[in-house]
Design a protein around this ligand. Structure first.
Ligand SMILES: [Zn+2]
Length: 182
């Protein structure tokens, strides 16, 4: 069948602000969505991607944990929910494929316990450090929350010209007909 990588939507596209809906973990569409997310993430070389970033309002994310051994790095989380956070809040530089070239320090709890729908029912994952940060960033996307929302109003104000460039890019995608609908 071969699922192809697709375009990652940038800031300014309405799909990034919607609340995503739960999906059927056993459905073939979910498997296909996961495949497409992986294909897109691997092509763009990021560490995480959420379905809303490719214009799909479904609660599915993929996370690459660079601190794991080869073969154990890829996590596909369907209907993930953060059940608990633990440890101190730490600040670390984050980026987002919907904001190319922008990196900012964001404060988040050091660890999370996340529940999701695995192939054999509910699964729980305890995660720390980088993986926990990526998971929190991606689950935020499912509720229309972006990493810039964690910055101060002043920091966001200073980034205004950058935001305009993303918004213009998205507007151009629509006007030029590169994208039929979002
Ligand atoms: Zn992101």
């Amino acid at each position: 069948m071969g699922v192809r990588a697709t375009r990652i939507r940038r800031y300014g596209n309405g799909c990034l602000r919607r609340t995503a809906r739960p999906v059927d973990p056993a459905g073939p569409e979910t498997a296909e969505l996961l495949e497409q997310l992986w294909a897109t993430l691997l092509k763009d070389g990021g560490v995480g991607l959420a379905a809303p970033q490719i214009g799909r309002d479904e609660r599915v994310v993929v996370v690459m944990d660079p601190e794991q051994k080869q073969g154990q790095r890829k996590m596909g989380l369907v209907n993930p929910v953060i059940r608990e956070t633990f440890g101190p809040k730490v600040s670390f530089e984050e980026g987002c494929l919907s904001f190319p070239g922008l990196y900012k320090n964001v404060w988040r709890p050091r660890g999370v316990v996340v529940e999701f729908d695995g192939p054999q029912g509910k699964q729980t994952l305890r995660s720390e450090a980088l993986a926990a940060r990526i998971i929190q960033h991606e689950i935020d996307h499912l509720d229309g929350i972006l990493f810039i929302d964690h910055l101060s109003a002043w920091q966001r104000f200073l980034l205004w010209p950058r935001f305009v460039s993303y918004v213009m890019f998205e507007a151009w995608q629509k006007i030029s007909g590169k994208e039929r609908a979002d």
